[in-house]
Write a protein that binds this ligand. Structure first.
Ligand SMILES: [Zn+2]
Length: 401
């Protein structure tokens, strides 16, 4: 079966000083345009509670060019993309208003917040290790991997540490492999370990990652004590940005490897659905880090699983840690790491137990009796089957502890 997938490729750019200044200027011009368009939209909004679409904004660009001749130095499609961005911002603003959530009016962008410009179709050309950008010039690009598929758009991005990147969005026709045999696994996210699976394996957050995160906390504390607008504060901001970048890279590397491993070994992956409330309500840094990682991990996993022809099933796993696979309620606080059921006698790691229940819930959700479940040799949580299930798990997991 053929399927069109969208992919992003990110490459580092090495511009000369002259070109880098030009890109800086384009970025500044785009930011200017964004802010004047927003000012215009704001007036429209406050007079008749509406907004004008991107075509109207695009028709106004020549007028704004008279105010800021710098806009004339920018490729026309790049400027139109700015209207596109604002259009999207307003559309989602109105969607939020409609749904009754916290609306958050689109904001004016400061230098720190406006960090990219986009060529939506044309205006760029890639040849060997050179990228030709219209009205900017030729930039050295490090193509560390081959681009497969058709290039759709190109975004030029400046990181907080001052590095430049080219992000290509690609459309590729992919053959999805059809897996004959379903191999199932359940996964439980943890704070202590990155995840535990229903096979009894645990993946721990690597030590180097934890170390970098500790250092980040330290640097942030130090930063908060620096005088505002001082040179030292600027320096410390750059230190933090550098470390941030390093951590993101380290974490992505870890998440890519873990998701690849799962996608290659299993074709039915049951995971816990993350509630949005949990995202908002967390008070602890470690928890927010783990949530962000988990979201990204699911993203990576889902496109990899799509490639391998498998599937991911999300289940509402609220309270799974308080139950045994036999259905008995086993109350335990966070400090208790081992699950002990006094009804069926099952004893194993609590995270592994949760993973097993998540897997069972996902199998149950995916309708009983499909080929996938039979092939798994697993039994969903049904009353008559409970006994069989429990004894099976007991025999295979008793050795873990
Ligand atoms: Zn039990």
């Amino acid at each position: 079966m053929k399927k069109v997938v969208t992919r992003a490729y990110k490459f580092r750019l090495f511009p000369s000083k002259r070109v880098s200044r030009k890109m800086e200027r384009v970025l500044g011009a785009c930011r200017f345009l964004y802010n004047v368009e927003l000012e215009y939209e704001k007036q429209v909004y406050f007079s008749d509670r509406n907004f004008v679409d991107k075509n109207t904004l695009n028709n106004l660009i020549p007028d704004w060019k008279c105010v800021n001749p710098g806009l004339g130095m920018v490729h026309s499609q790049v400027l139109q993309n700015v209207s596109d961005r604002l259009d999207k911002a307003f559309k989602s603003f109105f969607r939020r208003v409609k749904s009754g959530g916290e609306a958050g009016f689109p904001r004016f962008k400061s230098k720190e917040r406006y960090d990219s410009f986009t060529f939506p179709q044309s205006g760029f050309n890639l040849e060997k290790q050179k990228l030709r950008l219209s009205k900017i010039g030729i930039v050295n690009i490090k193509l560390h991997r081959k681009i497969k598929g058709k290039i759709k758009t190109l975004a030029i991005k400046k990181s907080h540490t001052g590095k430049w990147f080219a992000c290509f969005s690609i459309e590729e026709e992919k053959l999805t492999r059809q897996n004959k045999r379903a191999i199932c696994v359940g996964i439980d996210v943890g704070l202590k370990s990155f995840y535990a699976d229903s096979e009894g394996n645990k993946v721990v957050n690597p030590r180097w990652l934890r170390k970098s995160e500790e250092r980040l906390k330290f640097l942030q504390r130090k930063h908060s004590k620096k005088n505002k607008a001082s040179g030292n504060r600027k320096k410390s901001r750059l230190n933090i940005a550098n470390l941030h970048e390093k951590i993101v890279n380290q974490r992505n590397d870890f998440l890519h490897k873990q998701s690849r491993k799962l996608a290659n070994s299993y074709s039915f992956i049951a995971v816990e659905k993350l509630s949005i409330q949990r995202m908002i309500k967390n008070r602890y840094l470690s928890k927010s880090i783990s949530d962000v990682s988990w979201r990204k991990f699911l993203q990576f996993l889902s496109y990899k699983v799509e490639e391998t022809g498998g599937q991911i099933v999300e289940v509402d796993a609220k309270g799974t840690s308080q139950y045994c696979i036999c259905g008995n309620k086993v109350k335990k606080s966070l400090a208790i790491r081992i699950h002990k059921c006094n009804k069926c006698g099952l004893e194993l790691d609590r995270d592994v137990m949760s993973a097993i229940i998540i897997k069972a819930l996902a199998l149950k959700k995916n309708t009983v009796g499909t080929a996938g479940i039979n092939a798994c040799g697993d039994v969903p949580l049904g009353t008559s089957m409970k006994q069989e299930c429990t004894s099976k798990i007991r025999s295979s997991y008793a050795l873990i502890i």
